[in-house]
Design a protein around this ligand. Sequence first.
Ligand SMILES: Cc1cc2nc3c(=O)[nH]c(=O)nc-3n(C[C@H](O)[C@H](O)[C@H](O)COP(=O)(O)OP(=O)(O)OC[C@H]3O[C@@H](n4cnc5c(N)ncnc54)[C@H](O)[C@@H]3O)c2cc1C
Ligand SMILES: NC(=O)c1ccc[n+]([C@@H]2O[C@H](COP(=O)([O-])OP(=O)(O)OC[C@H]3O[C@@H](n4cnc5c(N)ncnc54)[C@H](O)[C@@H]3O)[C@@H](O)[C@H]2O)c1
Length: 494
Amino acid sequence: MLLTPDLCVIGGGSAGLSVAAGAARLGVSVVLVDAGIAADGPLAGVMGGDCLHTGCVPSKALLAVAAQAAAVRAAAGPAIQAGPPRIDFSAVMERVRAAQATIAPHDSVERFTALGVTVLPGTARFESARDVIVTARQGGGLTVVRARRVVIATGSQPRLPPVPGLDQVPVLTSTTVFTLTELPRHLGVFGGGPQGVELAQAFRRLGAEVTLITGGALLPKEDADLVTCVRHRLLEEGIVLREGGALRRADPSGTAIRLTLEDDTSLTVSHLLAATGRSPHTAGLGLAEAGVAFGAEGIWVGRGFRTSNRRVYAVGDVAAPHGQPGPRLTHLAGWQAGQVIRAILFRLPGGVRGPVPRAVWTDPELAWVGLTESAARARYGTGVRVVTAGFDGNDRAVTEGQTDGLCKLVLIRRRLLPGWRLAGAGVVGHRAGDLLPVLTLAVQGRLSLTALAGQILPYPSRSEVVRAAAAAAVGPAVFSAPVRSVVRLLRGLP
Ligand SMILES: Cc1cc2nc3c(=O)[nH]c(=O)nc-3n(C[C@H](O)[C@H](O)[C@H](O)COP(=O)(O)OP(=O)(O)OC[C@H]3O[C@@H](n4cnc5c(N)ncnc54)[C@H](O)[C@@H]3O)c2cc1C
Ligand SMILES: NC(=O)c1ccc[n+]([C@@H]2O[C@H](COP(=O)([O-])OP(=O)(O)OC[C@H]3O[C@@H](n4cnc5c(N)ncnc54)[C@H](O)[C@@H]3O)[C@@H](O)[C@H]2O)c1
C-alpha cells in the first residue's frame, strides 16, 4: 500500500503526538506511525510514549502515593495518634495504572483518528531520502509512506553504562520498574539524576531499603546549596547515599545482586535499578539511507528542527539541536513540536528558545530556570550576585511546619545600564515546582527585580518567598545613603 500524506510523523510520544494533533487541526493530512501502541492490557490502543507509559506519569503517580505514606508517618505525634502506614504494594501500583488510564484517552488511537490522523501501529524505517516503510505489528504487512515532509520523534531509551557484570544480573530500568508486582526488599539505585533521586525517594517512602549510588555528585546539574536541602531529606528518610562511589562491577549472589564500588566497598541488594541517563532512539531508522546526519547525541537539527535532509525534521528526545543533546523533557518536546509546525506549515523561521524550566519532583522539590550560580560564575566571573530568601522566614511555611528550603536568584551585572539583571532563579522546598511559573516568566521576560519585589501576593502563601528574595536584591538600593538623604531633605519641608 502507498500513502502520500502531507506529513508523516514517526513516533507517538509527547513530541510526535503534539506535531500530529497540531498539523491535523490545521487541515493537513497526517500519517502517524507508532511502534509503542500497547496491543493489550489496560493501555491497549494507546500511544503516549515514554511520558505516559514509563516516565513522567507513572513516576509522579508513584511519588504521590509515597508522599501520602510519608505524610501519615509525619502526622503521627502528640496531636494526631496514628500508627505507621501499612502499605499494599499491588494497590499502590493499581493507583499508578489508574492515573495512566485517566490520561490515556488523550493519547489514544481513537482520539487521533477522530482528529483526522491516519495512525499506523508499527515500526517505521527510511528506505530512501523520500520513502518511509512501515512494518505493521504482528506481521500485518508493509506500507510505503511518501510524504511531503517527515518528522522523526522516536524518543530515547535507557542507557546502561559499560560496567562489568551489569549484563549478568537482572537490571531494572524505567521501562520495567513500573511493572514490579512486589516491593523490592533492598533497592540499589544506580544514578543520581532526577530519575534516580525521584524513584529512590518513592521506593523508600513505600517501605523499601534503598541505597543510591552515583559516580558524581547528587543532581549534578543543580547548584550544590539547593541539592543540600534534598540530600538532607533523603538521608533523614533513611536512604543510604553513596555519592562519588561509582559502580565498578555487579555480580549475581544467589537471588540477590552484589555491587562492588570504586572505593572497594561492596553491598548486596535484592533489586538494581539503573537510572543512568538515556540515549536517543536512532537505531533501525535507516537514517543513512535518508541522508539524515546523526551521532551518539541524537539527530542533528538546525533552526526550525530541520535535519540534513531538507524534507525531514526531528523533535523531542531524539533531536540534538546544533549537535548538542538538549534537556530531555516533555514540556520541551511540546515546545519543539510547535516550532516544527511553524517551520513546516507556515514557513516561518524557528523562534529563539528561552530558558527551559525544570523540576525534580522529590519532596522537597527542586525547581530551576535559567543560569545556575555555578554556570553564571563560570561565564561572568565576578559580575554575578546571588540573593536568597529562606522558607524559615515565610509565615505559611512556618504554619505548615515545612520550613526547609529557599528561593535563590542569580543576578548578572547589566552591560549598558547600571544595576543587575535576573539570569537564573529557582526554589527548593515543599511544592517548590508550583513557584516556578512566575520565575520562568521573570527570567524569560526579563522582568525587573523591582516588579518581582513589588508584587501584591496573597498572605500567607509560599509564593511570598519569591518576593522576599527579590526584595533582598533591591533592598540595598532602596535603603541606600542617597535615598536616606532624600528622605532627610523632604522631612525638613513643611
Ligand atoms: C522515569 C522518567 C521520569 C520522567 N519524568 C519527567 C518529568 O517529570 N517531566 C518531564 O518533563 N520529563 C520527564 N521525563 C522525560 C520525558 O518522559 C521525555 O522527555 C519525553 O517523554 C520524550 O518524548 P518524545 O516524544 O521525544 O519520546 P517518547 O515519548 O520516547 O516517544 C517516542 C515514540 O516513538 C516510538 N518509536 C520509536 N522508534 C520508532 C520507529 N522506528 N517507528 C515507529 N515508532 C517508533 C516509540 O515507541 C515511542 O512511542 C521522564 C523520563 C523518565 C524515564
Ligand atoms: N523531573 C524530571 O523532569 C525528570 C525526572 C526523571 C527523568 N527525567 C528525564 O529522564 C531522563 C533520564 O533521567 P536520568 O536521571 O536517568 O538522567 P541524567 O542524565 O540526568 O542522570 C544520570 C545520572 O547517572 C549518573 N551516571 C551516569 N553514568 C554513570 C556511571 N557510569 N557511573 C556512575 N554514575 C553514572 C550521572 O552521574 C547522573 O547522576 C533525563 O533526560 C531526564 O531529564 C526528568
